[in-house]
Design a binder for this molecule. Structure first.
Ligand SMILES: NC(=O)c1ccc[n+]([C@@H]2O[C@H](COP(=O)([O-])OP(=O)(O)OC[C@H]3O[C@@H](n4cnc5c(N)ncnc54)[C@H](OP(=O)(O)O)[C@@H]3O)[C@@H](O)[C@H]2O)c1
Length: 333
C-alpha cells in the first residue's frame, strides 16, 4: 500500500510517500480502507523530532494521527463493527500512520462516522474533537453557563472548541485576527478579541476556563481574565507528571517536567487560578458522543485545504505557517 513516512528526523522535506506493507489485523483490531486523514501540528512536530524526549519510535515512522474510512477487515473478537461500516477515529499515540491507503487499530478506538459528513469532513474531527472535549469537560469541568476563553479560535482546535463549548451551553470568547470574524461569529463565538490590536485582560473578566493553544506567552494575560479558582487548560508544552509517567521517559526528562509543572502551578496560584496540562487520548466512545453532536447540527467541519496523499509535504508546509483556518486534509483514496 502507499503511505507517508520518514526514515529520520528533519523538516517537511523529510517526508516520503511510497510502498509500505499492509498492516496486519490482530484480534480486537479493525483494518480501515482509508478515505481521508487530517494534518495536526503533532505530525510535523514528530517529523522534527520534538517528541524524542518522550518516546523514540523505530524508523520508518509512519505518519498521520486520525482519519476516516471504511472497515475492510475485522479481527477475531470484534463484534461492534462489520466490513463496510463507515468510521472515523484517532489512533493510539504510539501507533501512527493514517496518511496511508490502509490503517489498523483496536476497534475500541473507532466510532461510526457522523452520517451527515463526507469522509473528508469526518477526518477533520477526531484529534481536535477529542482534545477539546477532554480539555474543556474533563480537565476544565465546563458546565452550561460557564464563561470560556478559547485562544486561536480560527485554528483546528479553536474552530471545534468554539462549537463544542456553545453546544454545552457556555459563553465563549475567542482570540483571532479580524479577518476571521465572520467565520467565528458563524461558529457561535460571543466575543472575538483581535489579538493584533486588543488585550484580552482589558476586555474579559471573571472567566471560568481558558483553553490555551498558544503556549506560555499568553498565560499571564489569560490568568487576569479568570475568576478566583478559574482553570487554565493548556495543550502545549510539557505534559503533567502523571502523563509523563505513562511514557518511557528517562530520569532527567521526568525531573525537568516536575520542576516545570511546579513552576506553572505556582504562577497560576499567584493569580488565584489553577493550571492544568492536557495531552489528548484516543477514545471511540467519546467520538460516538461527538458524532451525536454533529448529527444534531451543533458542530460542523471547518476545512482550510485538501491535498492528495503524494502532497503530504505541501500539507505540512501549510500547517507549519500557523495560519490555517480550520483543518488541513489529506485525501488518501
Ligand atoms: N496536547 C494535545 O493533546 C494537543 C492536541 C491538539 C493540538 N495541540 C496543539 O495545539 C496547538 C494548536 O493546534 P491547532 O491544530 O489548532 O493549530 P493550527 O490549526 O495550526 O492553528 C492555526 C491558527 O492559529 C491562529 N493563531 C496563530 N497565532 C495566534 C495568536 N497569537 N492569537 C490567536 N490566534 C492565533 C491562526 O490565526 P491567524 O492566522 O488569524 O493568526 C490560525 O488560524 C498546536 O501547537 C498543537 O500541537 C495539542
Amino acid at each position: 500500500m502507499r503511505a507517508a513516512y520518514i526514515s529520520g528526523y528533519g523538516g517537511a522535506g523529510q517526508v516520503e510517500v511510497g510502498e509500505q506493507p499492509l498492516p496486519h489485523v490482530s484480534s480486537g483490531d479493525v483494518r480501515i480502507a482509508m478515505k481521508a486523514a487530517s494534518v495536526n501540528p503533532i505530525d510535523w512536530k514528530t517529523v522534527k523530532g520534538d517528541l524524542k524526549a518522550l518516546f523514540k519510535p523505530p524508523f520508518p515512522l509512519m505518519l498521520g494521527s486520525d482519519g476516516a474510512g471504511v472497515v475492510e477487515s475485522v479481527g477475531v473478537g470484534v463484534s461492534e463493527f462489520q466490513v463496510g461500516d463507515e468510521v472515523y477515529f484517532r489512533c493510539h499515540k504510539l501507533n501512527t500512520g493514517t496518511f496511508a491507503e490502509y490503517f489498523t487499530l483496536p476497534a475500541e478506538l473507532v466510532a461510526l462516522k457522523p452520517q451527515n459528513m463526507t469522509f473528508e469532513q469526518a477526518a477533520s474531527i477526531p484529534l481536535v474533537g477529542l482534545t477539546v472535549m477532554q480539555a474543556l469537560s474533563e480537565k476544565g469541568g465546563m458546565q452550561a453557563g460557564a464563561k470560556v476563553l478559547i485562544h486561536a479560535g480560527a485554528g483546528g482546535v479553536g474552530t471545534f472548541a468554539i462549537q463544542y463549548a456553545k453546544a454545552c451551553g457556555a459563553y465563549v470568547a475567542t482570540t483571532a485576527s479580524k479577518k476571521r470574524n465572520d467565520l467565528l461569529h458563524e461558529l457561535g463565538a460571543d466575543e472575538i478579541i483581535d489579538y493584533h490590536s486588543q488585550n484580552i485582560e482589558d476586555k474579559l473578566a471573571d472567566y471560568d476556563i481558558v483553553l490555551d493553544t498558544l503556549g506560555e506567552s499568553v498565560h499571564a494575560a489569560s490568568y487576569k481574565t479568570l475568576k478566583k479558582g478559574g482553570v487554565l487548560v493548556t495543550v502545549l508544552g510539557i505534559p503533567d507528571n502523571d502523563t509523563i509517567a505513562e511514557y518511557n521517559a528517562n530520569f532527567v526528562v521526568k525531573l525537568v517536567a516536575r520542576l516545570h509543572n511546579r513552576k506553572m502551578q505556582k504562577r497560576a496560584a499567584k493569580y488565584g487560578a489553577v493550571y492544568k496540562h492536557h495531552l489528548m487520548y484516543a477514545s471511540g466512545a467519546q467520538l460516538t458522543e461527538i458524532a451525536t453532536l454533529i448529527e444534531a447540527g451543533k458542530i460542523k467541519a471547518v476545512i482550510d485545504s485538501t491535498y492528495p496523499l503524494d502532497q503530504v509535504q505541501s500539507a505540512f508546509e501549510r500547517s507549519m505557517t500557523g495560519r490555517a483556518q480550520g483543518k488541513i486534509i489529506i485525501r488518501t483514496a
